[in-house]
Design a protein around this ligand. Structure first.
Ligand code: ATP
Ligand code: MG
Length: 498
């Protein structure tokens, strides 16, 4: 294939240059030129003229709002974050730390999708008709395959394809054997060249394809190395277009940077329909998958898995897994209820306050460090608790990452408890956002959080006043709830309880 001309476009101003330069000649920004394929040389005027002939507009009311067809993956926790299942033509980007289990989970999911499809094929074969996995025909506007010979009728999608760029086919087979997926009919393609992958997708027309990982894929149209911003952006754009045109659902595995964000251009996240993020402590067996963006479902939903010898297993009732087992209460520990998506979960927050050097350290694991600095300032100013000369370490147990501000009250109580060396009482929990003025603001859906705590046998709760349950509500039996409006009140209450 002849190489297309490439040019370098500035991220900031859109200006272009035929060769790479450190500084954009148009806007003088540094390091913003990214390689891309040059557009065809048809003059802009003619391009628009040819488009005009085919474009037709439709009134919104005349467009049928058909529900998207979803195919459950057979893994309930994964389906939960996907919003019910894989959507045809949908593109999912899944990121996570190295070795956290991305390939494992996707191989398991593909295997169960493949088995379901084969079962559907078998049933359809008896009825004398071929079926697609979702029992639906090809999407409207889907083209018939342009070449190649799939095992299906022309235009039919079905089956699965696992494209591995990081491991050899033998390694994938070894993993499948370890996961107990013997006799799996998942098609495997060890390939990293985009053009070949696109041709294979076109020929085989799988219903679901996994690209593991997008950073290994390269297009021969660009001169930059695989994994570079230009390559990742270009390859993801082509794969997304292929998914939309053919109805094949594509799952892209993405690497993460040292800071834990998805590597590659930010635009990748805009391009795809769903962004999932794997998190968890590699030392603990629990893994969380969080939906950060989802065009077909709710975001902030999380799926919980446990890593076992046989791969990832869903945990359907995760509310108590992020609590450490102390036989007696210890100083510096406070339990909070976090509500991610639809399920409340109890998470233990641990703090250690210790005499520090001339420049004391503030470290947090699973919580925002800037927010910790802010909470320490509020503690000092409004509750008179000074940690200026102390090192402060805060940790959310089990590798869970808490992004919601409802953790504030628990963090502050844990810090005070550690500083004073006094444990909070047994069965104690707290949640609520704390503002800069020292006010305690309500957490969303506080009643649900309290109900979960009562169910798990917690006995004392300190919560924002606006989250107080109604009197005589049976769901909270056994749980004494104290409502507070200010951080001083919360500290005073905690002191009187210990
Ligand atoms: N024999 C085994 N028994 C139990 N768990 C295992 C075994 N072998 C591997 N694992 C688990 O599987 C994990 C590797 O998972 P996987 O290869 O799916 O990760 P990944 O997210 O795809 O990583 P990468 O980013 O390197 O591709 C290991 O970290 C380990 O926890
Ligand atoms: Mg992998």
């Amino acid at each position: 294939m002849a190489k297309e001309k490439t040019l370098f476009t500035c991220n900031e101003c859109g200006g272009s240059s035929p060769k790479w330069l450190g500084k954009c000649p148009h806007c003088n920004a540094w390091n913003t030129l990214i390689e891309s394929v040059a557009e065809s040389s048809v003059p802009a005027k003619n391009r628009f003229a040819s488009l005009a002939k085919t474009a037709a507009v439709t009134a919104l009311a005349d467009i049928e709002a058909s529900d998207v067809e979803r195919t459950p993956t057979g893994h309930d926790e994964l389906d939960r974050v996907l919003g019910g299942g894989i959507v045809e033509g949908g593109v999912v980007l899944i990121g996570g730390d190295p070795g956290i289990g991305k390939s494992t989970l996707l191989l398991q999911a593909l295997d169960s999708l493949q088995r379901r499809w084969e079962a559907a094929q078998g049933a359809a074969g008896k009825r004398g008709a071929a079926l697609d996995m979702s029992d639906a025909g090809p999407p409207q506007g889907a083209k018939a395959p342009s070449g190649g010979s799939g095992p299906r009728e022309a235009g039919q999608r079905g089956g699965t394809l696992y494209v591995t760029g990081e491991e050899s086919g033998a390694q994938v087979a070894l993993r499948a054997r370890r996961l107990g997926l013997d006799g799996s009919k998942v098609n495997v393609l060890a390939e990293i060249q985009l053009e070949k992958i696109l041709a294979t997708l076109d020929a085989h027309r799988p219903a679901v394809a996994v690209i593991d990982s997008i950073q290994t894929v390269y297009s021969e149209q660009l001169t930059s190395a695989p994994g570079s911003v230009a390559q990742v952006r270009e390859c993801a754009a082509h794969l997304t277009r292929a998914a939309k045109a053919s109805g094949t659902a594509i799952v892209l595995v993405g690497h993460v940077t040292k800071e834990g964000a998805l590597a590659g251009p930010r635009v990748l996240e805009h391009m795809v329909d769903t962004v999932l993020y794997f998190e968890g402590d590699t030392h603990s067996s629990f893994r969380l998958i969080r939906a950060i963006k989802n065009r077909f479902g709710a975001v902030n939903e999380i799926g919980v898995f446990a890593m076992t010898e046989k791969g990832l297993k869903g945990v359907s009732n995760p509310s108590a897994i992020f609590l450490s087992q102390h036989s007696e209460p210890v100083p510096g520990s406070c339990v909070m209820v976090t509500l991610e998506g639809t399920r409340p979960m109890l998470v233990e927050i641990q703090a250690l306050v210790d005499t520090g050097g001339p420049s004391p350290r503030r470290l947090s694991v699973g919580l925002d460090r800037d927010r910790l600095a802010m909470l320490l300032a509020v503690l000092h100013r409004h509750a008179g608790v000074a940690c200026m000369d102390q090192d402060v370490f805060v940790n959310a147990v089990g590798g869970v990452r808490i992004t919601e501000p409802a953790a504030d009250l628990a963090v502050m109580l844990a810090i005070t408890s550690s500083l004073r060396g006094k444990a909070l009482p047994k069965g104690f929990l707290a949640f609520g956002e704390v503002g800069l003025a020292g006010e305690v603001r309500p957490a969303p859906r506080g009643q649900e959080r309290l109900k979960e705590a009562a169910k798990l046998g917690f006995s004392v709760a300190v919560v924002p006043k606006a989250n107080m349950p109604k009197k005589n509500d049976k769901a909270f039996e056994g749980l004494t709830v104290h409502g507070v409006e200010r951080i001083e009140e919360a500290m005073e209450l905690a002191r009187s309880l210990t």
